[in-house]
Design a protein around this ligand. Structure first.
Ligand code: PLP
Length: 470
């Protein structure tokens, strides 16, 4: 940038006015801050603020300087620098299993169980009856036996790990048969062909993208075949001229050839969500009942628990999987077991509304509209803020149920003097950050995914932004 003589002289004068670091640190507010947060972050923030100040002066972006302003900037910079990197945010996007926002939030009771187990000793691998070493998988094994009637269950880090482990244990060095219509990719680079290649299994693709018959599977079976694989196409639908073998046909074919059937269910839907507008999600219990040997699914999608991958099914196959040295590498920690156990206990007790993801799916448009109306009223009370309600749709997300959406009521908000993108950016910088939708140049809030008690936080974030813009 080019400056006139006068402006560079003014700049030089401003530069001379910048106080020394020690002088700033001696001020009461910064001394108090250093006492609270430690001297180091305050000194570092002061240096950073002064450096950026010099930059702004040199480029002519600043025409006056006050020590109070500097002090405020240093306080804000220090506070931001000591904040944890992983923070709680308010999800106002209406995407329930938002992968970037941590998928399913835990039920409070599950979070409390995890916190208790985390901060104390536990019987993680200790048999309380016998007073000797026990199995860490005993806890979840027992649980899924009660819930699904499963012979045996193992839990690993996530569903990708579950599929990898199943394929590696059962099919390394051999072939697995999969329909071309099920060679899926899940966001974040989980691809069936890649996982299968890494597991050491050779993929035998059969059928076509839209149509695969049981006879295609049958024709591909040979002496190298180790398993049949069925994958739920979680995040897309093929419609029109399509065909896919029935689950029971696959089970029968596998049985007749003495092969196991592995099924990747994706979401881990444990109850029929059809009455709530979610169609086409296969149920884990149905697959077990049909006789699938190894069923895998995620813990933090429709199940609504912690990140985990569940492998459940017939004991002989699961015992083999358990003996794979990689199981030890992919196993879950006690916090996950605690949270999963508490979540599944809610299913056993029929208390589905206590699971946040399921409560969000079940929330009616009327319930959301009522909250949205109250929020809009509060926002309208602020000078410079306008808010109105409009119809919209929430989605499940997390690569589940691509065809289904849930009718909702959105709050569309504007703040005078701010573009939609700038408003969304300020919401993200709020404490806690509020993540909104921006569509057609509008900031939209969907309260379906805003947890109980968070409406207030959204309102406060707008209050602060409106004040800054006044
Ligand atoms: C989501 C999904 C996965 C990956 O599960 P993660 O728990 O994210 O590892 C694998 N397969 C299917 C069909 C899925 O939907």
């Amino acid at each position: 940038m080019k400056h006139t003589e006068a402006s560079s002289e003014a700049g030089a004068a401003l530069l001379r006015q910048i106080p020394a670091v020690d002088e700033l640190l001696a001020r009461a507010a910064l001394r108090e801050l250093a006492a609270r947060l430690g001297r180091r972050p305050v000194v570092d923030a002061t240096r950073r603020v002064l450096q950026s100040l010099r930059g702004r002066i040199s480029s002519g972006d600043l025409s006056s300087l006050s020590v109070d302003m500097l002090e405020n900037e240093i306080v804000a910079a220090t506070e931001t620098s000591v904040e944890p990197s992983l923070r709680a945010v308010v999800n106002a996007t209406g995407v329930i299993l938002h992968t970037n926002l941590g998928r399913a939030p835990l039920a409070p009771v599950a979070a409390r169980r995890a916190a208790e187990i985390a901060s104390r000793y536990s019987n993680l691998e200790y048999d309380l009856e016998r007073g000797e070493r026990g199995r860490r998988d005993a806890h979840t094994d027992r649980l899924f036996r009660r819930l699904l009637g499963a012979e045996m269950t193992l839990v690993v880090n996530n569903n990708a790990a579950a599929m990898f482990l199943a394929l590696n244990t059962i099919a390394e060095g051999g072939e697995v048969v999969v329909s071309r219509g099920e060679l899926i990719e899940i966001g974040g680079s989980f691809r069936i062909p890649d996982i299968s290649a890494k597991s050491g299994a050779v993929l035998r693709e059969v059928g076509t993208t839209n149509r695969t018959r049981i006879s295609d599977f049958e024709a591909a079976i040979n002496e190298r075949t180790r398993a049949l694989v069925r994958v739920h196409p979680s995040n897309f639908r093929i419609v029109g001229f399509t065909e896919r073998p029935e689950l029971r046909e696959m089970v029968e074919l596998a049985r007749n050839h003495g092969l196991p059937l592995i099924e990747d269910l994706g979401s881990g839907c444990l109850v029929d969500l059809g009455p709530h507008g979610i169609e086409g999600e296969p149920l884990a219990g149905e697959s077990l009942k049909a006789g699938v040997d190894v069923v895998t699914f995620s813990g933090d999608k429709l199940l609504g628990g912690p990140q985990a991958g569940v492998l459940t099914g017939s004991r002989p196959w699961l015992e083999r999987i358990r003996k794979n040295p990689l199981f030890r590498a992919l196993r879950v920690d006690k916090l996950t077991i605690a949270a999963l156990e508490a979540t599944v206990a809610l299913y056993l007790g029929g208390d589905l509304r206590a699971i946040p993801a399921l409560a969000m799916i079940q929330a009616s448009k009327d319930e959301i509209a009522e909250r949205a109306g109250r929020l809009a009223e509060r926002l309208l009370a602020r000078a410079g803020v306008s808010a109105r309600l409009e119809d919209g749709e929430s989605v499940i997300g997390g690569g589940s149920t691509p065809g289904s959406s849930l009718p909702t009521r959105l709050v569309s908000v504007r703040v005078e003097g701010l573009s939609a993108a700038e408003l969304a950016a300020r919401l993200r910088r709020s404490r806690p950050p509020v993540i909104a939708r921006v569509e057609r140049g509008e900031v939209l809030l969907d309260l379906r995914t805003v947890l109980e008690g968070e409406d207030e936080l959204v309102s406060k974030a707008f209050e602060k932004i409106a004040l800054e813009c006044a």
